[in-house]
Design a protein. Structure first.
Length: 75
C-alpha cells in the first residue's frame, strides 16, 4: 500500500501497521514508541481541524487518518 501524507510525503507498507511505523519513523524527533506517536498524531489532528483519530491500534489509527483526509491512498 502506498499513501500520500501531508506535505506530499509518500509512505508505503504491506499493512496499516507498517504504514503507521513508517509515519512514526519520519518524525524529526519521533516519540519513543509507536503508541506514543499515535497519541501525539491524534492530538495534532484534533488541534488541526477537530478530527477524532483513534489510538487503540495502528490499524484503526491509519483508518481514521484516511477518513479524516490526512492520508490519501495511492495504491
Amino acid at each position: 500500500m502506498k499513501f500520500r501524507a501531508p506535505n506530499d510525503i509518500i509512505v508505503e507498507g504491506q499493512s496499516y501497521r507498517e504504514v503507521a511505523e513508517a509515519l512514526w519513523k519520519l518524525m524529526m524527533v519521533p516519540e519513543p514508541t509507536l503508541e506514543e506517536w499515535m497519541v501525539g498524531s491524534a492530538r495534532r489532528a484534533r488541534e488541526w481541524d477537530g478530527s477524532v483519530v483513534r489510538t487503540t491500534s495502528p490499524e484503526e489509527h491509519i483508518e481514521d487518518l484516511i477518513t479524516s483526509g490526512f492520508l490519501t491512498r495511492l495504491s
